[in-house]
Design a protein around this ligand. Structure first.
Ligand code: FAD
Length: 465
């Protein structure tokens, strides 16, 4: 069915840009003629994570509502993007398909396949800075965050922010029904922008102090919106800069600047993966050697299910399994425990996180896992092993976080809550938290497993030892 009436038609292939504001691909399609916004539900991608697919559907519904408010609607199709888009171009009479470019190897293969079947124009990125905005003197991508940050901070954000269109010509093409989203509902852009506004109106100025606290909501929780492009990364980064300028005092400015620097980690990991596609499953850092992993499946399962006997690790994993989001500090501690104390291959943990996270992103997830495992950017010293007990006392001093996700610890007093096995047996009975019965005994000894990990890493660096 051809689009009626007007001269030319352009397809906007919606990818990780589920928004109308500041959307270069949408604007390019709009300049070319009547826009046909299409989202292709590709079974290869939707089978990776049920949670993310449900969230995606909620965001697609919100996008469809926004499009209808301005005269258009979302066309949903199932199948392989190259085949779906070729058929759509033929039936609609469009000449060009506009979409943003992406950074992961899988997404880039998909782009290449689509480009072989239709005329594809790639405009914009899922990041604020294009991945080739900066390069090393040798013309390569950066592998060290600090160097990337220094260079990129000197760059202007490319071009002015683009307003959302107020009207789109109707295309008249039918859509397959949007799947029902049983759990998630979202108001999409409106909701995301409101959260951004609320965060930069206050908490951003305390971010440097609160971001690691597990008992305080000290971060923006914008990651899933950024992951799906419900929020424009350029808008978010610019807002961070404006918050720093508007800060009432130097201390508050530090908070906003620190938040901007965290946004730059996201930029950096996308840049790094774009320039080093091997880093999706091999060490980013040239010459990094992996230790011999034990890969004990029983221990891995205990970790996945939040049954390691270390409350901070278990609370993180249960929060992940229940909600799909955990604070950065809890991600770091849980990841370090798996890789170092349990000597399980970081790729196992990465894959598990990738399936469970609402914000699961190939670049940020792989990049952070490698950072924790000492394989990636800014090589963390191999002897740094987070101690979940000390981390708990420091970032969750009253145990509020762990008690929330581990109700079996609800009566354990704060001094013991991060190491319940140290509570005398009678007190365990009184608190209804008998270690080994109501809550697991630790699956490994902290000190011994730490020493083993350090030794394993040392041997990997110097096999003659
Ligand atoms: C093992 C591990 C796996 C991770 N996997 C992911 C992932 O798959 N997707 C993801 O978006 N983040 C990932 N992160 C980074 C970070 O934990 C989350 O981005 C952050 O917790 C999201 O919460 P927030 O939106 O409140 O972040 P805020 O602290 O408010 O930060 C604002 C935004 O900056 C970006 N950001 C912040 N920290 C980082 C970081 N270290 N790396 C990359 N981007 C960052 C995110 O987009 C975040 O939404 C991972 C971290 C670890 C340690």
């Amino acid at each position: 069915m051809r689009v009626r009436g007007r001269d030319s038609v352009a397809v906007w292939w919606v990818r990780r840009d589920l928004r109308l504001h500041d959307n270069p691909a949408l604007q390019a399609a709009l300049r070319a003629g009547t826009v046909v916004p299409v989202f292709v539900l590709d079974p290869v991608l939707t089978s990776v994570s049920r949670r993310r697919t449900e969230l995606l559907v909620a965001y697609l519904r919100a996008l469809d509502r926004s499009l209808r408010e301005i005269g258009s609607s979302l066309v949903l199709r199932r199948g392989r993007p190259s085949e779906v888009l070729r058929a759509l171009v033929q039936t609609s009479g469009a000449r060009v398909v506009y979409a943003h470019a992406d950074v992961s190897p899988l997404a880039r293969r998909l782009e290449a396949e689509v480009a072989r079947s239709v005329q594809l124009e790639l405009v914009g990125w899922p990041t604020a800075f294009p991945p080739d905005a900066v390069r090393t003197a040798a013309g390569r991508g950066y592998t060290v965050y600090a160097h990337y940050r220094r260079r990129v901070l000197g760059q202007p954000l490319s071009g002015p922010l683009l307003p959302a269109p107020v009207h789109l010509r109707p295309h008249g093409l039918p859509s397959e029904p949007l799947p029902q989203s049983p759990v998630a509902h979202s108001d999409g852009e409106a909701e995301a922008r409101q959260r951004l506004r609320r965060f930069v109106g206050g908490a951003v100025f305390r971010y440097h102090r609160d971001r690691d606290r597990l008992d305080v909501e000290g971060t923006s929780q914008l990651s899933a919106y950024l992951r799906f492009g419900v929020l424009s990364p350029r808008v978010v980064l610019r807002t961070a800069g404006e918050a720093a300028e508007a800060a009432p005092d130097p201390e508050s400015r530090r908070g906003a600047q620190r938040w901007r620097d965290e946004l730059l980690w996201r930029e950096f990991f996308a840049h790094a993966l774009f320039h080093s596609p091997h880093a999706r499953n091999r060490p980013l850092r040239p010459g990094a050697r992996e230790p011999v992993w034990d890969n004990d499946e029983r221990l891995f399962r205990a970790w996945c299910e939040g049954r390691t006997g270390y409350p901070l690790v278990d609370a993180a994993m249960r929060q992940l399994n229940e909600t799909g989001w955990i604070p950065n500090r809890a991600r770091m501690v849980a990841a370090s425990f798996l890789v170092k104390n349990l000597l399980v291959d970081w790729r196992w943990g990465e894959a598990y996180f990738f399936r469970q996270l609402a914000d699961g992103d190939p670049a940020s997830n792989t990049g952070n896992w490698q950072w924790v495992a000492g394989m990636g950017a800014d090589a963390a010293p191999y002897f740094r092993v987070f101690n979940p007990v000390l981390q708990g006392h420091r970032f969750d001093p009253d145990g509020r976080y762990v008690r929330r996700w581990l109700p079996e610890l609800s009566r354990v007093p704060a001094p013991y809550v991060h190491a319940p096995w140290t509570l005398p047996r009678d007190d365990q009975v009184a608190c209804r938290c008998r270690v080994g019965r109501d809550y697991p005994a630790p699956v490994v000894d902290l000190r011994a497993s730490r020493d083993r990990a350090v030794d394993r890493y040392r041997r990997a660096r110097d096999p003659s030892r």
